[in-house]
Design a protein around this ligand. Sequence first.
Ligand code: GTP
Ligand code: MG
Length: 365
Amino acid sequence: MSVEIGIMGLAGAGKTTVFNALARARVAVATYAAPGGEPHRAVVHVPDQRLERLAALFQPRKVTPAEVRYVDVAGSLQTDGTGARAAQVVGQLRNADALLLVIRAFASDVVPHPLGQVDPLRDLRLLHEDLVLNDLTVVERRLERLEKELRFARNAPPEAARERGLLEQIKEALESGRPIRDLGLADADAKLLRSYGFLTAKPLMILFNTGDTPEGIEEIIAAARAAQPYARTEVTSLAGRLEMELAELEPAEAEEFKTALGIAELGLSRVIQLSYRLLDLISFLTVGPDECRAWTVRRGSTAVDAAGVIHTDLARGFIRAEVIGWEALLEAGGWNEAKRRGLVRSEGRGYVVQDGDVINVLFSV
Ligand SMILES: Nc1nc2c(ncn2[C@@H]2O[C@H](COP(=O)(O)OP(=O)(O)OP(=O)(O)O)[C@@H](O)[C@H]2O)c(=O)[nH]1
Ligand SMILES: [Mg+2]
């Protein structure tokens, strides 16, 4: 399964810088001065210690981490005030599974801020309002059409009435500034809404892009959390430019710099793992001499779902799954030894997969 996270924010906030850091790509920063650009996409590997340690044990020919895709959309929400650019940006974000909101928190005399002064909390408020307004416009337009349908159609489908009720509930929430992701909608309702691609229905990561030596960022993060006390919302910070520069170095060189600067963990890994958690995704692992691999499934997926992610044949011919936690497998020192000790469980198709399960699917063709 593949997930995509859309990066958005005001002009010059550092979206492309953060994207480059994440992607270890080298897209020129500040390339979107002219409208009409195509979004940049990058596949990013999810750092995973469990996979690395299993690979050290199994010495496979190939190690394949889980992936998340990031999209750097061409433009920002609040641009020229005509809304034209915003529509294009929103169109590119509709299909994303989550949003990454980059907010400028670095000072610079060289880089102008579109609103004059650097004020991260104001930018967060404006962007939030923008997202809410965007969804509200969609809701109102759809409600108008539904009203007509329900009034004039002789046999309007029963879902139409249900949809109207749901949209009215959403409208009320949005009008009070509450995002859809905070409403805890039932799965069936969320499904009904999916085709609208509501922006505030998507999980949101708020990322303050700081200078190389972030000062006062903890207070800003705390204030942002208080201002956005919503479900499926994460707030964090990243020294975007520094991380981009580190990402461009050779690994050994980057290590040297990190030691010199006293950085223990790259902020990037933290951001990638946070997006993964935000999306409520978990990883299960497969091991063997050919490949050790991390696979992505939604939390709550069953053994047969997991089999289907590996290959449709495995789901079709599913017999049972052999399952062991990654730590237990490491401790046993190998698959056969783990089996001999009775640590490998046999699970049926309905087994709910846990994060870090190592799974071997038995199937018939
Ligand atoms: N001093 C400083 N400059 C930064 C930092 N992060 C980004 N910049 C600079 O800010 C400018 C804009 O960064 P971009 O990453 O292009 O911003 P963007 O959000 O993609 O901009 P648009 O796509 O034009 O909306 C560039 O000149 C960056 O080098 C930072 O942490 N510190
Ligand atoms: Mg950019």
